[in-house]
Design a protein around this ligand. Sequence first.
Ligand code: DQA
Length: 143
Amino acid sequence: HKVLVLHGPNLNLLGTRQPEIYGHETLADIDDALRRRAEGEGWEIACRQSNHEGELIDAIHAARLDGTAAIIINPAAYTHTSVAILDALNAFEGRVIEVHLSNVHKRESFRHHSYVSLRADGVIAGLGSQGYHAALDAVMGAV
Ligand code: DQA
């Protein structure tokens, strides 16, 4: 079984980007921990980050064809703007879990709406990097 973890724009700056909101862990810390957990359960895992909407879409398209069972995605700011990412996820037949490090609902009102939530099977917000682990457990537990 295979899972894709996709991180959207600015998440490459984790650790130094507004740590009071997003925490002190780097993206590499988060991905390494997810990799250990998934591989420990016999899952294949790919972790990707991009600052470019089209690259995230291309990664979702690739996941349609390579047997990926689930996508865990933090679309970052594209959450609130991207019909194109929603459309790509609608073309993916596996499970989709949306993760946000921060609780977007207690922040600015423009963060309250998510296009991706129209497709996501589950949404986790506000648990920091633990949210990715909860998403991974849900995905691995379901198969
Ligand atoms: C985020 C929340 C978004 O509103 C923001 O644009 C991000 C990160 C989060 O993980 O909390 O870049 O997706």
